[in-house]
Design a protein around this ligand. Structure first.
Ligand SMILES: *Cc1c(COP(=O)(O)O)cnc(C)c1O
Length: 853
């Protein structure tokens, strides 16, 4: 396979001939020195073309290159960047050192959106930026990861806000030949095309390669001349269109993605499904297995073993689901060839309660390892999908969590990097997950940190004024209204940022509940406060657009003019200014609907202090002294939560945040201490290096090893596992707990807990016996457990005591025993359960079979 390099036509002078190599690798997006290098070629144009180095190269006059190649300073800068780039490519990576045996395998990471940089706008918000940051850290750590996604002709949309405060979604149309991407071509030089069967036809996809440091991302697009006009539009817009377009996009991503991996001949061993959109990859891979003669139930096991699923949506309605007939229609060619498996296939995604084909159900049923994206979200997801696993405790549901992070090199302000370079140990960037190293933040003189912060804040405010002036000019406001903006926003005022997608659960307008109180907060002449808002609402989300309008309306009121502002077109570029320049990052979603959130993590590493509802990542990140919580009764109904959260926001602003900010004049030493606490306690944990290492250690490597052992020796192990599961599923009804004998309260053989490892070692114990009939199932293929609940300081906890087999009473009837605190009575306090186990299961409750008495 080949990649057509358009820049082969771009003949640059010898002295700078590798510039195109730099422009076509998104590595530039996380290297300030490389970005500066492009900027100095033509600063004004660089801003106009949204920092797209490919456009800069293609649209710059050759005479300019001649003169650049004679500019000594430029050449020096160029050589420094190239040296850094070469060193990056040659250094020994964490993955090479940690997993030298697994370098030859590929981990495929599927996502509907990817956000790396403003020059490649193929994202809508947090999910895409997380995917981009994931790939960047994977490159930094040397993880053999390949991204799979779609290339959208129109991207998401550009947001314009009109003079009435309505969002206008401006459609874009990108010229792919001017983006930092390259079309993949065959060895003969023809574009490589991926065919995807869909309903009664085949859709042809172009394949594009994006270089992400050491790694690659492949994007598929349907704008191919052999497709019908309708099909050519399928990848026009991210999250655009109706259910038909949505399912078609998900087929192109899942099925097309797998086919792209095959066409590229990548030895893929792990398939990571980033949110349910990509779950059709499992359907396609089962089909592949069938084609090569593998029985259906074995095929499912192969796919499960090699898939990892990350769920991102704690809102039940947020999970994609389609009418079953629609799925049958789109997969009709596959189903007509494999008629006998259609039911089993559909069952993998069916949500019987609806009844709909649910992409999250499909992903859960076809991925052995699954996780949420924060500790709290893990818990919410276990609760949400508990019914998948029989009657077990919420904590036992096999969905774990890996908390999101952000890519530090992309989000940390260059000025702060310089400051940290002076005071932190030299390896602070590559060892960013080491919290000891961040203690050295303490030795930064408060005035130095404050000075850099003020610089960043002024830069943000300048940028914000320019954004507002442009808004007004475009909306044809009179000249004095445009000029008035020069007086808006003051660097002296406590500056609070609020930017995110305007989904209604994010409650962007919460702070407007009591405008008079807000007025007193904002307009105190001695202690002024200002708010910057930004965010897009999905074009179909009308309530979200109403929220934008409300913010706009408040921003136009005389009393809030120039102090509450709404900036347009929130994207990576604007986000960078905001998270680097504000004093406080406000986040007040309705708990627990924020799965993680990441913007607060970007803000924290830049010294902005989080003020947030204890939801998503902040529920575990907040330690009492590194920011503020917004409080309220989490279990109350939503209007009570709104009221209590609002009250908490006003009260903490009035009584804690504003006084702390203004208590020491020019240099607020205590405020700076809190900034330091925030930076040093949060940065080492909430970065994507930590996150991607967690994914690697906890999911990718176990998945890879398990997959390889499963398929070794001609699928020997996976066949046994699949047969075992089938056998157990069809014979489990024979398993019966015949009797539990709890020996009464005064057990004759009372011992104390010291002998049994129970938590309270002074409790008198007694022996409990259980008699179980197994039928055709071998008793050693099960776990027999005694379950009770124990009250500890933080609530009730399930205690699981493994029962040991004592003797076989008759054919297939076995007696078990265990020691428990003697006051426990069967049924009233404890129960006994049996469930199937196997050393080949990825988790303890892989089969939804639990028999309890
Ligand atoms: C970081 C980021 C997000 C996600 O932030 P949340 O905290 O999840 O709202 C969304 N959009 C942009 C442009 C971002 O940079």
């Amino acid at each position: 396979m080949n990649t057509k390099f358009p820049y082969a036509f771009l003949k640059l002078p010898l002295e700078i001939e590798r510039l195109p190599e730099l422009a076509y690798n998104l590595w530039f997006s996380w290297n300030d020195d490389a970005l500066d290098l492009f900027a100095r070629i033509d600063r004004e144009r660089w801003d106009q073309i949204l920092h797209n180095p490919v456009r800069l190269l293609l649209e710059t006059d050759p005479a300019v290159w001649e003169s650049m190649s004679r500019d000594e300073d430029f050449i020096q800068h160029y050589q420094r960047v190239m040296k850094h780039w070469d060193a990056y490519n040659n250094e020994a990576t964490w993955f090479q050192k940690t997993y030298p045996d697994h370098l030859q395998h590929t981990i495929a990471y599927f996502s509907a959106e990817f956000g790396f940089h403003e020059s490649l706008p193929m994202y809508s918000g947090g999910l895409g930026i997380l995917a981009g940051d994931h790939c960047k850290s994977a490159s930094d750590l040397g993880i053999p990861l390949v991204g799979i996604g779609l290339l959208y002709k129109k991207g998401y949309f550009n947001q314009k806000i009109n003079a009435e405060g309505w969002q206008h979604a401006e459609a874009m149309s990108y010229d792919f030949s001017r983006l930092p991407i390259l079309q993949v071509v065959t060895d003969q030089g023809d574009p490589l095309i991926v065919d995807v069967p869909m309903a009664d036809r085949t859709v042809k996809l172009n394949l594009w390669q994006v270089l992400i440091g050491r790694n690659k991302l492949y994007l598929l697009d349907a704008d191919h001349e052999a497709n019908s006009p309708w099909d050519r539009e399928l990848t026009a817009q991210l999250y655009g269109g109706n259910q038909d377009i949505r399912i078609a996009q998900e087929i192109l991503l899942g099925v097309g993605g797998v086919r792209a991996l095959r066409a590229l001949e990548l030895p893929t061993a792990v398939y990571h499904i980033n949110e349910g959109h990509a779950a059709f990859q499992g359907i396609e891979r089962i089909r592949e297995q069938l084609e090569s003669g593998v029985p259906f139930h074995v095929a499912v096991e192969v796919i499960r073993a090699s898939s990892v699923f990350t769920t991102h949506t704690p809102v039940p309605a947020g999970h994609d689901a389609f009418p079953p007939s629609m799925v049958e229609y789109y997969f009709s060619s596959m189903f007509s060839k494999w008629k006998e498996h259609k039911q089993a296939w559909m069952k993998l995604g069916l949500d019987n309660a609806k009844p709909l084909f649910n992409m999250t159900h499909l992903a859960l049923n076809t991925a052995a390892l699954r996780n949420g994206v924060s500790k709290l979200h893990g818990q919410v997801s276990r609760n949400m999908f508990r019914s998948f696993h029989g009657s077990i405790d919420e904590k036992e549901v096999p969905i774990s969590h890996i908390t999101n992070g952000v890519h530090m090199k992309s989000w940390l302000a260059p000025e702060l990097k310089e400051l940290f370079d002076r005071f932190l140990p030299g390896t602070w960037v590559s060892n960013q997950t080491n919290s000891d190293l961040w203690r050295a933040i303490d030795i930064i003189p408060p005035e130095s940190l404050w000075e850099v912060h003020m610089q960043l804040k002024e830069r943000l405010l300048r940028y914000a004024r320019a954004n507002l002036r442009e808004q007004r000019r475009r909306n044809d406001l009179p000249a004095e209204k445009v000029e008035e903006v020069r007086g808006f926003l003051s660097a002296r005022a406590l500056t609070i940022g609020f930017a995110r997608r305007f989904a209604t659960y994010k409650r962007a307008n919460l702070i407007f509940n009591d405008l008079n109180r807000l007025d007193r907060i904002v307009n105190n002449p001695d202690r002024p406060v200002q708010f910057l808002f930004a965010g897009k609402a999905h074009p179909a989300d009308h309530p979200g657009q109403e929220v934008i309008r409300e913010i706009y309306r408040v921003s136009q009121m005389d009393r809030f003019k120039g102090k509450i502002v709404l900036l347009e077109n929130y994207d990576i570029h604007l986000a960078r200014y905001l998270v680097q320049g504000v004093d406080v990052w406000l986040n007040n979603p309705q708990r627990p609907y924020e799965a993680s959130g990441t913007s607060g993590q970007k803000a924290a590493m830049n010294g902005a202090i989080n003020f947030s509802v204890l939801d998503g990542w902040w529920e575990e990140g907040f330690d009492g002294s590194n920011g503020w919580s917004i409080d309220g009764n989490n279990d109350a109904d939503s209007s009570t939560q709104h009221r209590e959260n609002t009250e908490s926001i006003y009260r903490k602003l009035e009584q804690e945040i504003i006084p702390l900010y203004y208590n020491q004049g020019q240099l607020p030493v205590q405020w700076v201490s809190r900034m330091k606490r925030s930076i040093q306690s949060l940065t080492p944990a909430y970065n994507t290096d930590r996150m991607v290492m967690d994914y690697t250690n906890l999911t990718y490597i176990p998945t890879l090893r398990r997959t390889l052992s499963f398929i070794a020796n001609n699928y020997d192990t996976v066949t046994k596992v699949a047969d075992f599961k089938q056998f157990v599923l069809s014979n489990w009804h024979y398993v019966r707990i015949l009797e539990v004998n709890d020996g009464g309260s005064a057990a004759p053989a009372a011992k104390t807990g010291a002998a049994s490892g129970l938590t309270d070692t002074r409790q008198p114990l007694k022996e409990v016996r259980a008699t179980i009939r197994f039928g055709p199932i071998w008793y050693k293929d099960t776990a027999v457990e005694l379950i009770y609940y124990e009250e500890r300081s933080d609530g009730w906890h399930q205690v699981v005591v493994t029962m040991e087999a004592v003797k076989e009473l008759e054919d297939r009837v076995v007696q078990y025993r265990a020691l428990v605190p003697s006051h426990l009575r069967h049924r009233a306090h404890f129960s006994v359960r049996v469930h199937p186990i196997s050393s080949n299961f990825a988790t303890s409750f892989e089969l939804p079979l639990v028999t309890t008495l």
